[in-house]
Write a protein that binds this ligand. Structure first.
Ligand code: ACO
Length: 401
C-alpha cells in the first residue's frame, strides 16, 4: 500500500490553520489592525480621524496611492472618478434580465462581472496605467450599479449620475431621487453616508478581500475579481451581519426585554448570539462602532426620527458591556451593531445594506489588488491541504462492487 501523501510529495511541513486565524497570506502596507487595543489605521492614519475630518474620496485616494492628496490632487481625483460614473447604456438591458425581486447583491455581482465584457481597454494588468483606470472605473461605477439595482427592485426608472454632486450626494440622488423632480441632498445625511463609506473602505485580509486577491493572483480580469469579492461579501457571516443586528433590535423592541436576550446569548444550549457583538480580530471596542454610534444620533436628529430601536441598542450595549460573560469573552459592539439602524433611518431597505458595504469596500479591494499585482514577488495563490481521504487503491469494475 502506497501512502498517497508521500506519492504527491505531501511530506514537507505545512501549516494547518483552518480559517487562517494565524496565517499571514501577504505583506500589505494599507491597513493595520490591533484587535486587542481596538486600533484601525489606514496607511498609518487612525480611522477615527479619517471619519471625522476626511471624505470618502480622500480616503480612496489614500488607500490607492499611499498618501493623502493635496487640494489639486484631490480635485483631479474627484474629476477622474466623476468622468467614469456612467454605465454603458447596454448594461441597462442586462438589468432587465433579472427578476424584479432579485437580491441587490445578485445584481451587483452580475453587473460588476459584466463590466469585464465592456471595458477591454483597462484589462492589461501588466500595465500600471490600465490597472489604475480599471480601479477608477470600479470605484466610480459602483454607486451607479447599486443605485440602479435599488431602482430596478422598486420598479422606478434609472437616474443618470449628476456629476455636479459629490460622490455620495450623487449616489443618494440616483437612489432616492425621481425623474422630473429636483432632489435636494440633505448635508447631514450626505456626511453620515460618506462616513459609513469611509468606515467600510478597507479592513485588511478579510474574507472578501482575500477572495479578490486570490482571484486576481491568477491574472484574472479585474472586474471579474471584484465580482468574486462581492459574492464572498454577500454571506451572513461577513457583510450580512448588520441586517441581522437590526432585525434582532427590532425583535427586542423595548428596553424591558433586553435581559431576556442577554440571558439567551449566554445560554450554551441556545444557539442565539447577540448580533453586532464580537469580532474575530477585535477583542476590544471596534473603533468603527464608536463613530457609528455618534453618527446615529446625528442622523436621527437631522431626520427627526424617533425610532425606539436606537434606545434599545444603547441600553443593550450598556448592559452587555457590564456583564461578566461579555467582559470575560471580550465581546464588544462591532461596526454592524449600529450601521443597520442608521441605514434604515436614511430609508434603505435591509436588502441594500450589503450592497452599500460592497460599494465602499470596492476601494479596499482595488487598492489591495493593485498592491498585489505591483509586488515583484507576487505568485499565484495556491493553498495546500491536509489530505484525509483514502490511501491509493485499485479500481473495481461496477459489477464487482
Ligand atoms: N453573543 C454571544 N456569545 C458570543 C458572541 C455573541 N455575539 N460572539 C462570540 N460569542 C462567544 C462564543 O459563544 C464563544 O464562546 P465559548 O468560548 O464559550 O465557546 C466565544 O464568544 C468566542 O466566539 P467564536 O465564535 O469562537 O469567535 P470567532 O472569532 O470565531 O467569531 C464572530 C467572531 C463570528 C464575529 C462572533 O463574535 C459572532 O458570531 N458575532 C455575531 C455576528 C456578528 O456580529 N458578525 C459581524 C462581524 S463584523 C463584520 O463582519 C464586518
Amino acid at each position: 500500500v502506497i501512502d498517497i501523501r508521500k506519492l504527491y510529495g505531501q511530506t514537507g511541513k505545512f501549516t494547518y490553520d483552518p480559517g487562517f486565524t494565524s496565517t499571514a497570506s501577504c505583506e500589505s502596507g494599507l491597513t493595520y489592525i490591533d484587535g486587542d487595543e481596538g486600533i484601525l489605521l489606514h496607511r498609518g492614519y487612525p480611522i477615527g480621524q479619517l471619519a471625522e475630518h476626511s471624505s470618502f474620496m480622500e480616503v480612496s485616494y489614500l488607500l490607492l496611492n499611499g498618501e493623502l492628496p493635496n487640494q489639486d490632487e484631490l480635485t483631479a481625483f474627484e474629476n477622474t472618478i466623476t468622468r467614469h460614473t456612467m454605465l454603458h447604456e447596454q448594461l441597462a438591458t442586462f438589468y432587465r434580465g433579472f427578476r424584479r425581486d432579485a437580491h441587490p447583491m445578485a445584481v451587483m455581482c452580475g453587473v460588476a462581472g459584466a463590466l469585464s465584457a465592456f471595458y477591454h481597454d483597462s484589462t492589461d494588468i501588466t500595465d500600471p496605467k490600465q490597472r489604475m483606470i480599471a480601479s477608477h472605473r470600479l470605484i466610480a461605477k459602483m454607486p451607479t450599479i447599486a443605485a440602479m439595482a435599488y431602482k430596478y427592485s422598486v420598479g422606478q426608472p434609472f437616474l443618470y449620475p449628476d456629476n455636479k454632486l459629490s460622490y455620495t450626494g450623487n449616489f443618494l440622488r440616483m437612489t432616492f431621487g425621481v425623474p422630473a423632480e429636483e432632489y435636494v441632498v440633505n448635508p447631514v445625511i450626505e456626511k453620515a453616508m460618506d462616513r459609513i463609506f469611509i468606515l467600510h473602505a478597507d479592513h485588511e485580509q478579510n474574507a472578501s478581500t482575500s477572495t479578490v486577491r486570490l482571484a486576481g493572483s491568477s491574472g484574472a480580469n479585474p472586474f471579474a475579481c471584484i465580482a468574486a469579492g462581492i459574492a464572498c461579501l454577500w454571506g451572513p457571516a461577513h457583510g450580512g451581519a448588520n441586517e441581522a443586528a437590526l432585525n434582532m433590535l427590532r425583535e427586542i423592541g423595548r428596553p424591558e426585554r433586553i435581559p431576556e436576550y442577554i440571558a439567551r446569548a449566554k445560554d450554551k444550549n441556545d444557539p442565539f448570539r447577540l448580533m453586532g457583538f464580537g469580532h474575530r480580530v477585535y477583542k476590544n471596542y471596534d473603533p468603527r462602532a464608536t463613530v457609528m454610534q455618534k453618527t446615529v444620533r446625528e442622523v436621527f436628529d437631522a431626520l427627526k426620527v424617533n425610532d425606539p430601536v436606537f434606545e434599545v441598542a444603547l441600553q443593550l450595549e450598556e448592559m452587555a458591556l457590564n456583564d461578566p460573560y461579555f467582559i470575560e469573552k471580550k465581546l464588544f459592539p462591532n461596526v454592524d451593531f449600529y450601521s443597520g439602524v442608521i441605514l434604515s433611518a436614511i430609508g434603505f431597505p435591509t436588502t441594500m445594506f450589503t450592497a452599500l458595504f460592497a460599494l465602499a469596500r470596492t476601494v479596499g479591494w482595488v487598492a489591495q489588488w493593485n498592491e498585489m499585482i505591483s509586488d515583484p514577488e507576487q505568485k499565484i495563490g495556491r493553498p495546500r491541504q491536509l489530505y484525509t481521504g483514502p490511501v491509493q487503491r485499485d479500481y473495481v469494475p461496477v459489477e464487482k462492487r
